[in-house]
Ligand binder design. Structure first.
Ligand code: GDP
Length: 486
């Protein structure tokens, strides 16, 4: 992607979001950052102090302007703050200047125009982070966490990304890498001495180390599900027959009047979704067209197809039923098709029962209701978690979401190293498979050359994760997600 001589260019870009704002920050990085910026920020001293901000007027380059005969005096563009970072002490590892100007797209464009005219090049997407990686300021896992941090949409996601940026995953991988390198070195030494029948290292010691590696990798791979949920949030689909209260519950969860609530079955024809946050975790709720097999309306049919797709892609399914009506044969069939691990049943409209919502007698009333009598023996229900709710009861939101968040309660999130990136999952799963195969080679007394060959594959997977080994494909995959200015 970037590569070669282009990596020596001095690059520039607006690093704050585009549009009008209080201020905008323009980042310039590369060997000529100071010499270029000094021409328009003439207030900068010849040898500025690193990590120090200087205030002054940013002007159009007077030399160029005079040369073109356009303006005699240097034109003032803005009053700015220029922060200088010397080579080796910046995010990218290069000489960097960050210009904070007033947040007008016109001003930003004028400044960029000046910088480019003076020899800087507009940065490609992710190029600042890419340079930080190439200059050894970050490994690839940390570079990816920069993006996760920028994109984090909940407190938990931000915390997770920050921990990864500080090296939580990297340090764990480096320990695994050290163990692998140690075994590999001994296996390779063993190959050299193989004709003399000298055992360089005892098999039990090697197996101990391999067990250690396997344990570490298994743990890391096992954290992906939680890590991904914390990063991307929970996707929850509300589904069920028409008119059971899906849209009303969606509005309740989103604390918003997003879905149209009517009592005409089939009102929600498309998938309506919205985000909300609970205890620092992001939730995306999707309301779907009612799952009815026999509908004649084509639009509704398309909606139902979409809702089936949404259900398949979700982390949790809330299957809503109307407690007043009891359970239909159709609902039992649909429920049977849903994954019990991911499904919660929301028995809605409990306010219509004889006891009032929130009253202690509700449970009792439910137990005696015709509905409960009908379902209590159903195996189907025993396997699934169930909530008795009412869309009219505002406390339902916290009660239900608490239960989902509690799935992680026993994880000491602050101290657990979590992975949340599918590239890491793929690589580490590969490394785990190779480690398990290496173990069985050692156990069955295979020669060191086979052991070394297998373990090398595992080490490659670790190196690719950290970016100690990379190619264009890996770099493209990592940096294509970034925007310009990052
Ligand atoms: P959907 O088709 O499943 O999305 O159902 P809606 O949310 O549109 O609700 C259908 C009807 O049931 C509307 O008239 C709602 O006001 C009503 N409704 C929904 N939930 C409740 C509830 O918990 N209690 C009561 N009494 N009515 C509800």
């Amino acid at each position: 992607m970037f590569r070669g001589d282009r990596d020596k260019d001095t690059i520039c870009a607006v690093s704050t979001p585009h549009g009008v704002g209080g201020i905008s920050v323009i980042r310039i990085s590369g060997p000529n950052a100071l010499s270029i910026v000094s021409k328009i920020c003439t207030f900068l001293p010849e040898h500025p102090e690193s990590q120090r901000a200087y205030f002054g007027s940013l002007t159009a380059d007077a030399g160029r302007a005079k040369g073109q005969g356009a303006v005699a005096e240097a034109d003032e563009i803005d009053e700015v703050l220029a922060t200088y970072f010397k080579h080796g002490r910046s995010f990218t590892g290069e000489e960097v200047i960050e210009i904070s100007c007033h947040g007008s797209p016109v001003i930003c464009q004028s400044i960029l125009h000046q910088l480019v005219a003076l020899g800087a090049r507009p940065a490609d997407r992710g190029e600042f982070t890419y340079r930080a990686f190439m200059n050894g300021k970050l490994d690839l896992v940390q570079a990816e966490s920069v993006l996760s941090l920028i994109e984090s949409q909940s407190q938990q996601a931000a915390k997770l990304a920050l921990r990864q940026l500080k090296g939580s995953v990297s340090h764990k991988l480096e320990d695994i890498e050290n163990d692998m390198t140690w075994i590999l070195a001994h296996a390779e030494a063993g190959i050299d001495f193989s004709t003399e029948d000298i055992k360089v290292v005892d098999n039990t010691v090697v197996l101990n180390r391999l067990n250690n590696i396997e344990k570490g990798l298994t743990e890391l791979v096992g954290t992906f599900k939680v890590g991904r949920l914390l990063k991307d949030g929970f996707r929850v689909v509300l589904t069920g027959l028409p008119n059971v209260g899906k849209s009303s519950l969606l509005n309740l969860f989103l604390e918003d009047e997003r879905a149209i609530v009517t009592d005409i079955p089939g009102t929600t024809r498309d998938v309506i979704h919205g985000d909300t946050s609970f205890k620092g975790v992001k939730f995306t709720f999707l309301d779907t067209a009612g799952l009815r097999e026999s509908v004649s309306d084509l639009v509704e049919k398309i909606g139902i197809q979409k809702s089936k797709e949404a259900t398949g892609e979700s982390d949790f399914v809330f299957f809503v039923i109307d407690i007043e009506k009891g359970l239909s044969a159709e609902e039992i069939t649909i429920l049977d098709g849903l994954d019990p691990q991911r499904t919660y049943i929301l028995a809605n409209k409990t306010d219509r029962l004889s006891a009032p919502v929130g009253s202690e007698t509700v449970e009792k009333a439910l137990k005696n209701s015709k509905f409960f009598q009908k379902i209590k023996d159903l195996e189907l229900f025993r396997k699934r978690r169930m909530f008795f709710v009412s869309a009219l009861d505002k406390t339902v939101r916290a009660k239900v979401l608490e239960e989902l968040v509690a799935e992680f309660a026993d994880l000491q999130l602050e101290n657990t190293v979590l992975i949340s990136n599918s590239r890491h999952l793929e690589n580490l799963s590969r490394a785990l498979e190779n480690t398990i195969r290496t173990k069985s080679l050692v156990e069955s007394g295979m020669g060191e050359e086979f052991i070394a060959l297998e373990l090398k594959e595992a080490l490659i997977a670790i190196h690719e994760t950290l970016g100690k080994r990379f190619d264009d494909q890996i770099m493209d995959r990592v940096f294509k997600e970034f925007c310009i200015g990052k």
